[in-house]
Design a protein around this ligand. Structure first.
Ligand SMILES: NC(=O)c1ccc[n+]([C@@H]2O[C@H](COP(=O)([O-])OP(=O)(O)OC[C@H]3O[C@@H](n4cnc5c(N)ncnc54)[C@H](OP(=O)(O)O)[C@@H]3O)[C@@H](O)[C@H]2O)c1
Length: 282
């Protein structure tokens, strides 16, 4: 298929490469052109505008940072979409965000699928994301070859735009919870005078174990914070969660949000979420 990827940050770059590997005809665009240029050597056409990138595309993927970024980019490219193009909106914007994007799409006749993804840098590079989708089934069917190239699995969250974005927030609430849990337990070992790697050894293979604990735990212990999923992105998602569930939902989300905001305030916003380790045991 002819596919346009708008936003070639950590995730968009990997998704573009997975599409190219599967033989799609991929055009990329990024606000900072240098970040898209590297994809030319993988076979992508690098466009110098978002509207230029989507011209003639069967499927358009938006993978920019947040709602404001999606709206800014969409205002430019939506008028240039061909009438039967499918727009997969994959940035994490929450269900309210998708609803305002849907209004923008509807006003121009653009055909939108709510399509956030679960998985980080490496699954994006390997075409092994889990794509959560919601929207009209015929559009999802038309985008199937693209969904298969970027993901190992597609989960249909419902027919209503926003249902996939709601499920995505639930998934990231889980990620925030376990990331903070790992950091807290490792730091508790340090505070109490126990070798922290023993925590990972203790849970290894047991019912509370998860591969994520070993991946992020190792990064925390090595203080290796090269961004796979940045602190600021998860801080943004926690704000989206708090906005949609409301103040009566419980005290855990605000506590998690505080941890990620505080890491961001300490200058760790661009680092990997593992960097919240620094927020514990101070
Ligand atoms: N990383 C993950 O593990 C992960 C997993 C699932 C979902 N997500 C979500 O996927 C989206 C992208 O994440 P990422 O990790 O790829 O982020 P990233 O590496 O920080 O890239 C962000 C992208 O958004 C662009 N952008 C930011 N503001 C913009 C604006 N106002 N106008 C146009 N473009 C703008 C950036 O362009 P510049 O290069 O010009 O700054 C860049 O291409 C986010 O919504 C994130 O929450 C991330």
């Amino acid at each position: 298929m002819k596919v346009a990827v708008l936003g070639t940050g950590t995730m968009g770059s990997g998704m573009a490469r997975s599409l190219l590997r599967d033989g799609h005809d991929v055009t990329v665009w990024n606000r900072t052109p240098g970040r898209a240029a590297a994809l030319a050597s993988d076979g992508a056409i690098v466009a110098d505008s978002a509207s230029g990138a989507v011209r003639g595309a069967d499927v358009v993927i938006t993978m920019v940072f947040d709602l404001d970024a999606v709206v800014t980019v969409a205002r430019e490219f939506v008028p240039a979409l061909k009438p039967d193009a499918v727009w997969l909106q994959s940035a994490t914007v929450g269900p309210e965000g998708i609803r305002s994007i849907a209004e923008l799409a509807a006003a121009s006749g653009a055909q939108l699928v709510d399509a956030p993804v679960v998985g980080t840098k490496r699954p994006a590079e390997e075409g092994k994301l889990v794509v959560l989708v919601a929207g009209p089934q015929p559009l999802i069917d038309r985008a199937q070859p693209v969904l298969e190239s970027i993901g190992s699995k597609t989960v249909v969250a419902g027919a209503t735009l926003g249902q996939a974005s709601s499920l995505k927030l639930a998934c990231n609430a889980w990620v925030a919870t376990i990331t903070a849990g790992i950091a807290q337990s490792l730091a508790m070992c340090v505070t109490l005078g126990v070798e922290p790697a023993l925590f990972l050894q203790a849970i290894d293979g047991g019912p509370s174990d998860t591969p994520y604990a070993h991946i992020k735990g190792a990064l925390m212990l090595a203080a290796d914070y090269e961004p796979q999923f940045a602190v600021d992105a998860l801080a943004k998602d926690l704000r989206l969660m708090i906005d949609v569930v409301g103040p009566g939902f419980g005290t855990l989300l605000p506590a998690l949000s505080h941890v990620f905001e505080s890491a961001s305030d300490s200058g760790r916003g661009g680092q990997d979420v593992a960097a919240i380790y620094g927020e514990f045991g101070k």
